[in-house]
Design a protein around this ligand. Structure first.
Ligand SMILES: C[S@@+](CC[C@H](N)C(=O)[O-])C[C@H]1O[C@@H](n2cnc3c(N)ncnc32)[C@H](O)[C@@H]1O
Length: 395
């Protein structure tokens, strides 16, 4: 089939992953044969080699620009293509391979993590134990409905007090960014407290968040450390949740790409004595209550395959919110950040709580994406703004 010399004889080079596609018919169609010839011609032997042998395709796969393969295959596949089309089967099989790395725009399928291979990984995992710090948690497993008076509401209150009135285990997802105590100008919040006063208050609110979160629910906190004062707020918050026996599920790096930020200090200029590090990102710390698995109906999943594939990589490149001046709020996160969080970690119909709702970004995005919401803020002005933004969605 291919004039570039390559012989199977039961063995293949270690430089290839070998995959098989059964041919479930007597003969390949003309367009399948042409398609396979074109693939072999278009890609070098270093990338892949396809042979037909004993009613199957044998694919020797090394590295590949999968999008180019897709484009090529779709030149040979019409809309009424039959289910046993081998070109489509080949594409699906390659797209479903989960183990690869990227190099020079190609997926590399073999020999990419030889140095890091751990033998008997499963057995070692069982021996060590997973999330040991949360194994003896005793959260109640029975979940409750959120009372109607809290559903789809923006409430002006101190979150600690309001949340204390709510039943336990009634919120699917908490998504929030607390004030970071950087000294920003808020309407009704003093943002430069003594650190122990700040953390005491924050922990009391987060404690209430844990209480109202359902068994199997998630708490996701967007937080930026105060690098200039060497205060790792994201570590403090994560430690707090770990002590409370939540499971640390993930850390997402929100890359804001704001290289032109105004802070121009270098520390010890051109000297190792005390250089000042600069950062263009914030963190999202993702915690689960009781179990990693979140219950939900299949028909309420709204994330696409493409979104899922892109967003499970823990670095999200999203520009900062540009409308803060218009909205007169000093520290909003962008809608795209909330959209990804909700689609990746919650189902349609879930109820999403933001106890520091500010300008209302979380409820606006929840509303857009068929989730219910509860937003709380200490400022009347911000609550008004949040309600207005939500109402504008309905116009
Ligand atoms: C970082 S901002 C949240 C911004 C929001 N993510 C957005 O996109 O607009 C924090 C908010 O917490 C509010 N806040 C501070 N202390 C609070 C408390 N004890 N209870 C409720 N809200 C509070 C502030 O008024 C501020 O709007």
């Amino acid at each position: 089939m291919k004039d570039k010399a390559f012989h199977i004889n039961g063995e293949t080079s270690e430089n290839y992953k070998k995959i098989f596609i059964p041919i479930n018919k007597n003969e390949l169609t003309k367009s399948e044969k042409r398609g396979l010839r074109q693939i072999n011609d278009a890609f070098s032997n270093d990338d892949l080699i396809i042979e037909t042998y004993d009613h199957k395709l044998i694919v020797f796969l090394n590295k590949l620009d999968v999008n180019s393969l897709k484009d090529l295959i779709f030149q040979f596949v019409s809309e009424q293509v039959s289910e046993d089309n081998v070109l489509l089967a080949l594409l699906t099989k390659i797209e479903n391979i989960k183990s690869y790395t990227y190099q020079g725009g190609k997926k590399v399928f073999v020999n990419f993590n030889d140095e890091r291979k751990v033998k008997d990984r499963k057995a070692k995992e069982t021996q060590r134990g997973k999330f040991f710090y949360a194994q003896d948690a005793d959260f109640k497993v029975t979940n409750n409905a959120v009372p109607k008076e809290y559903e789809n509401q923006i409430i002006c209150a101190d979150s600690e007090q309001l949340l204390s009135k709510m039943p336990e285990n009634c919120i699917d997802l908490v998504f929030t960014s607390p004030p970071y105590n950087f000294g920003l100008e808020y309407d009704n919040h003093q943002d430069a407290m003594n650190w122990s006063i700040y953390f005491d208050k924050l922990y009391r609110i987060l404690d209430e968040c844990i209480r109202v979160t359902k068994y199997g629910g998630r708490i996701i906190v967007n937080v930026q450390p105060l690098f200039s004062d060497y205060i790792p707020i994201h570590h403090f918050i994560s430690n707090f949740f770990i002590k409370k026996k939540l499971i640390w599920k993930a850390e997402i790096l929100w890359e804001k790409n704001n290289y032109n930020c105004k802070y121009t200090a270098w520390g010890s200029w051109k000297s190792p004595s005390n250089p000042y590090m600069k950062y263009t990102w914030e963190f999202l710390e993702v915690f689960c209550k009781g179990t990693m698995k979140k219950q939900g109906k299949k028909e309420n999943i709204d994330i696409s395959a493409e979104e899922f594939k892109e967003w499970v990589y823990g670095k999200w490149s999203i520009a900062p919110e540009k409308n803060m001046k218009n909205y007169k709020h000093p520290s909003m996160f962008p809608e795209e950040l909330a959209r990804r969080v909700m689609k990746l970690f919650s189902y349609q119909g879930d109820i999403i709580l933001d106890p520091f709702v500010g300008s209302g970004t979380t409820p606006v995005v929840a509303h857009q994406n068929n989730r219910r919401f509860l937003g709380i803020d200490i400022s009347r002005e911000y609550c008004e703004l949040a309600r207005k933004r939500i109402d504008q969605q309905d116009c």
